[in-house]
Design a protein around this ligand. Structure first.
Ligand code: SF4
Length: 182
């Protein structure tokens, strides 16, 4: 398949208009717009987005297309990516084309031991960008009681796997944690 003539419905037009000789290596996927949180600042208006998520078959089709285009890394965001019941199918397909998951952006509420094990099974070792907005503020900003506890649990889980959070402040003044899974 010629990457300059991909399925016009599924590949964004920017891919088709890259300057000659330029290639894309990284793609970012809004895997779903569904979310179990109700953050005050939400960019995608989750959980009330009009187009919640791509059907799995379309997602797999896109993975095959970007593989042909030479993309070797995909960052996955949402919504909350781990809400997809077919998340493992996506991981499996990416791995079958040797495409690495670079970063998963997650609100941390569904980050479990099982998820970490599943990713390892497919030799995927992404970084995790976890949402955390500060002690005593997190629940208010995320719109869910107990969100701070969930974030704490996720950090402890990653620490159990000897993963050190790398904290940084965003422009909005909120704090996000990046954790490398190795
Ligand atoms: S966790 Fe992310 S996707 Fe979910 S409501 Fe908050 S900002 Fe939106």
């Amino acid at each position: 398949m010629d990457c300059r003539q991909p399925d016009r419905l599924l590949i964004r037009k920017e891919v088709r208009h890259l300057p000659k000789g330029r290639r894309l290596f990284i793609a970012k996927s809004y895997s779903t717009r569904k979310c179990n949180y109700r953050c005050r600042h939400c960019l995608v208006s989750a959980p009330n987005a009009h187009h919640p998520q791509l059907p799995l078959q379309d997602f797999l089709h896109i993975i095959r297309e970007i593989a042909v285009c030479g993309i070797n890394r995909v960052d996955i965001t949402g919504g909350e990516p781990f809400l997809r019941s077919d998340f493992e199918e996506i991981v499996k397909e990416l791995s079958s084309f040797n495409i690495d998951i670079g970063t998963v952006f997650t609100n941390a509420s569904l980050l479990t031991e099982d998820v970490l094990q599943m990713l390892k099974k497919y030799h995927q070792y992404p970084a995790f960008q976890l949402s955390f907005d500060g002690l005593g503020h997190h629940d208010w900003l995320r719109g869910v009681e107990g969100a701070e506890l969930e974030a704490d649990k996720a950090f402890r889980l990653l620490q159990k796997h000897e993963l050190q959070p790398n904290m940084e402040k965003s422009k909005a003044g909120v704090t996000n944690g990046t954790v490398l899974l190795s």
